[in-house]
Design a binder for this molecule. Structure first.
Ligand code: ZN
Length: 140
């Protein structure tokens, strides 16, 4: 049987090798960019909101390390259909999970796989880059 660390490693590998929702959305989709010079990660998040402020479509492009790719890919799988407020709440929960010694907040799902980053603070920017790009796209 796989232990939980192994399971989480498989989730990260899977999403970094076969990122979900990878590709652009044509204008007028909102767009948010992120660049992490310490690792060379570059991502652009594209999204379309409905009139009721829910995330209708979300995609991303970029070149990034496995942690960054997996984090953005997992993010896109969780945000479709969520309200803008809930998307921002998930971002806060996720960053809190990675930066504070707290019980994992509810609702993170497979994002828990990135918990290993806690042991490598220099990789924190990799794991959060896509989320900052998301905020920029949501603000538009
Ligand atoms: Zn990186």
């Amino acid at each position: 049987m796989m232990d939980i660390d192994e399971l989480y490693q498989n989730v990260i590998l899977d999403h970094s090798k076969r990122p979900r929702n990878f590709g652009e959305l044509p204008p007028p989709a909102a767009k948010g960019e992120g660049y992490n010079p310490s690792c060379g990660d570059e991502v652009t998040v594209f999204l379309n909101k409905s009139a009721a402020h829910t995330v209708e479509q979300i995609r991303f492009t970029g070149q990034a390390c496995a942690i960054c790719m997996a984090s953005v890919s997992l993010m896109t799988t969780q945000l479709k259909g969520k309200s803008v407020a809930d998307a921002l709440k998930l971002k806060e929960s996720f960053i809190e999970f990675l930066t504070k010694e707290v019980e994992p907040p509810a609702g993170l799902g497979n994002l828990m796989a990135l918990g290993g980053v806690k042991k490598f603070p220099q990789r924190l920017k990799c794991a959060t880059l896509g989320w900052h790009a998301l905020s920029r796209a949501l603000e538009q």
